[in-house]
Every structure is written in structure tokens, then in C-alpha cells.
Design a protein around this ligand. Structure first.
Ligand code: FAD
Length: 366
């Protein structure tokens, strides 16, 4: 297929933060022939370790590493977003995709035969338009008269740390998460453990402003916790002490779309444009990768409008389930009082096992 990418940003690039890719996403990466490149740049955490943020008491341990590979047929990796982006970008270039930066799609015209881009001084025709333009999608705004993204009242604070700033006890190949009332913390290694990703996710008022890199003060982050166990406190202090400190990202979502709204005629939505979600399942980018693979398959099997319909029928139910599960996770992570004690007891009783949810991680879109 002849593919043209119109990117609004002045240049291609990604923010300085980490990303986890579960085995379902890694199946797409492998099918694209990029597994080796990704594994070269990624870290392979051995387990997800969950603890109480106040007492430090372990709550649960779920195996990743070989256990995940055996159970789900692919690795669970963590990596720097810029590394993933670079790998995808050079693969797109190598396969002849035409890439244009500084091109904001404002407006299009839709006929039965084609899509016409209608921006100032530009008149280009395409067979299909894929709105992969994120949370504030202009394509979606023109295609649907639906709700705007709504502020969830949750915000993420992120920092990147060199390994030597991470307390030694925490410098292990694990995805670590600490839970407390209305807040949780996630940290994991990047670039083979040379770099650490640290994110604090919290329910808080005044989280309506959009944007990735709203800077935040260390005391604002610390105010989210009543008390923290000493290693976590040291990790958070190290996050605040970095030159770039904390960046705040307010979290928005939308009600999941029905299939009939995910594609119409020759226009389809993909990734966050179609199904933005809270990051509490680490699956937003994974869903975008799965969407893209399925869309390509459908376009290779059917003519345009039918292909887009088939794509939407396949993707809408799965992405809806992922959006809803991510939201529910947030409620579980942020519990307090007696119900949090009950949650911890149930999880402790389960003991150590391979990370669950075969419907999610075991799924293959290939
Ligand atoms: C704190 C946090 C942690 C997360 N962790 C994970 C994780 O571990 N694993 C995971 O899978 N997901 C994770 N996610 C989710 C993931 O970041 C998103 O789901 C993913 O970036 C969505 O990709 P996208 O390409 O659909 O949209 P975006 O990444 O938003 O990209 C949209 C692109 O479209 C461009 N654009 C916008 N408008 C226009 C226009 N009109 N014309 C042309 N170009 C335009 C933008 O410049 C941008 O480059 C996390 C999210 C958050 C907030």
C-alpha cells in the first residue's frame, strides 16, 4: 500500500519516559520483523512486585520473564519511548512510507470514491484516512459528534533516573508498584537497567489542563502521600532531585466507541483517537499496535469501506474491554481502609504466579 503519514509535530520524536509492552504487543512487533531491534534496546523485567506504599509490606508478586514467554509466547518488555519510536520510524522509512512533519490535518472532505485533504493551499486525495491523531483527534471531531475527552481527575507525574540515583535495594529487574489511598507508584528499568522510569499516579482535583510536560514541584508530588516506606521515599526524593525533576501529565479518557463509530466510509480511528484510556493496564500503545496490524490485514483482504468496517468490528469489543479493565484497576489500586486490607489478603493468598489475564496477554491479532 502507498502510505503517507502527516505528523503535526515539527519533527519526529518521543518524550523522555518509559513504556511497557506486554506479550500481545510484542507479537505485533515480532510480526513486523522488529523483535530483535526491540529486545536489543529493552529491559526484560522478571516480575511485577506490589507493596504497600506506607508499610512497605509485600502484597503480591507476579512473574514475567521466562514464565510469561512460556505462557503467552512472547516477552514482556520495558523500554524508553524514544527507542521504540526510533525503531518504528526507521522501519516505516525502510518500507517506503512517506513521512511528513509539520503537517496538521485540519479538515477533510469525504466522498464515496475518495478522501480529500482540505487544508489551506493543499488538495490531496487518498483512498482511506486513518485518524491516528491521539486523544484530541481532529479526525474524530470531524467524523463524530460525540463527547469531548473528559478529565478523569487523575494525573501522572513522571521522572527519569540514572541507575546510580535509584536506591540499591530497588535496583533490581522488576516492575515495582506501591499502592496507597488514591495514589500509586510504578518504577521499572530501561536500557538494560542503566535508566529508571518512575511514575506517580494519583487522583487529584485541578487536573484539567492538557499536555505532557507540565512541570511539577517535588513537594506537590510528596503531598500525595501521608507517609512512605523508606526505600520508596528515597526513590521519590531521587526523582525530584533530577535536573528535569517531575513532569505532570493530566489523564483524560472517553466512553469506548461502538464499532459503527470507529470507522465510517473511508475513515477509521486508531489508537488513542479511538480509545483513550487510563494507563492502569499499560496497554494504550499496545492497543494502537494491535489496531494497526488488524487494519493492515483488513485492507489487504477487502476494498476500503468494507475493510474499515471489518477492522472496527474486530477491534471495538477488545479495546472496550481493555479501557474498562484499566479503569477498574485504578479503583482497585487506590482503595483504602478495610476493603484495601481485604484486597491485600486475597492477593497475598494467591501467592506467586505468572501474570494473569490470558484474554489480554495471550491474545494474538496475527
Ligand atoms: C503515564 C502513562 C503511562 C503509559 N504507559 C503505557 C505503557 O506502559 N504501555 C502502553 O502500551 N501504553 C502506555 N500508555 C498509553 C500510551 O502512551 C498511549 O496510548 C499511546 O501513546 C497512544 O498512541 P497514539 O499513536 O494513538 O496517540 P499519540 O501518542 O497521542 O500520537 C498522536 C500523534 O498524532 C499527532 N497529531 C495530533 N493531531 C494531529 C493532526 N491534526 N494532524 C497531524 N498529526 C496530528 C501528534 O503530534 C502525535 O504525534 C501510557 C500513558 C500514560 C499517560
Amino acid at each position: 500500500m502507498d502510505v503517507t503519514v502527516l505528523e503535526a509535530a515539527k519533527e519526529f520524536g518521543e518524550v523522555g519516559a518509559g513504556i511497557q509492552l506486554g506479550p500481545n504487543a510484542m507479537k505485533v512487533i515480532a510480526a513486523l520483523g522488529l523483535e530483535k531491534d526491540v529486545l536489543q534496546m529493552a529491559s526484560l523485567p522478571e516480575a511485577i512486585v506490589i507493596a504497600d506504599a506506607v508499610s512497605g509490606k509485600p502484597i503480591s508478586r507476579m512473574l514475567l520473564g521466562d514464565a510469561v514467554r512460556q505462557k503467552y509466547g512472547q516477552a514482556y518488555v520495558s523500554m524508553h519511548r524514544a527507542d521504540l519510536h526510533t525503531i518504528l520510524l526507521s522501519a516505516a522509512r525502510a518500507s517506503g512510507v512517506q513521512l511528513h512533519t509539520h503537517q496538521t490535518l485540519q479538515n477533510y472532505e469525504h466522498s464515496a470514491q475518495y478522501i480529500c485533504r482540505r487544508d489551506t493551499n493543499i488538495d490531496q486525495k487518498f483512498d482511506v484516512l486513518v485518524g491516528a491523531d491521539g486523544l484530541w483527534s481532529k479526525v474524530r471531531a470531524q467524523m463524530l459528534t460525540d463527547d469531548a475527552p473528559h478529565a478523569t481527575g487523575h494525573a501522572a507525574f513522571r521522572a527519569l533516573l540514572p541507575a546510580q540515583s535509584v536506591p540499591e535495594a530497588l535496583r533490581t529487574p522488576h516492575v515495582r508498584t506501591w499502592w496507597a489511598r488514591d495514589v500509586h507508584v510504578v518504577s521499572y528499568p530501561l536500557r538494560g537497567g542503566n535508566l529508571w522510569n518512575l511514575v506517580v499516579l494519583a487522583q487529584m482535583p485541578n487536573s484539567h489542563q492538557e499536555g505532557w510536560s507540565l512541570s511539577a514541584k517535588h513537594q506537590d508530588v510528596m503531598r500525595l502521600f501521608k507517609r512512605t516506606e523508606p526505600p520508596l521515599q528515597a526513590l521519590l526524593d531521587a526523582g525530584g532531585a533530577q535536573q528535569n525533576g517531575w513532569n505532570r501529565w493530566n489523564l483524560f479518557d472517553r466512553i469506548p466507541l461502538k464499532a459503527a463509530h470507529m470507522a465510517q466510509g473511508r475513515v477509521a480511528l486508531l489508537g488513542d483517537a479511538a480509545h483513550p484510556m487510563l494507563p492502569y493496564l499499560a496497554q494504550g500503545a499496545a492497543m494502537a499496535l494491535e489496531d494497526a496490524w488488524t487494519l493492515a490485514q483488513c485492507l489487504s483482504q477487502h476494498d476500503a469501506p468494507q475493510a474499515l468496517q471489518a477492522y472496527a468490528q474486530i477491534r471495538a469489543p477488545r479495546t472496550k474491554r481493555v479501557v474498562q479493565t484499566a479503569k477498574r484497576n485504578g479503583q482497585v489500586f487506590h482503595l483504602s481502609g478495610a476493603i484495601a486490607v481485604a484486597r491485600d489478603a486475597v492477593l497475598s493468598l494467591k501467592g506467586t504466579s505468572t501474570v494473569g489475564m490470558p484474554w489480554l496477554y495471550g491474545h494474538s491479532v496475527l
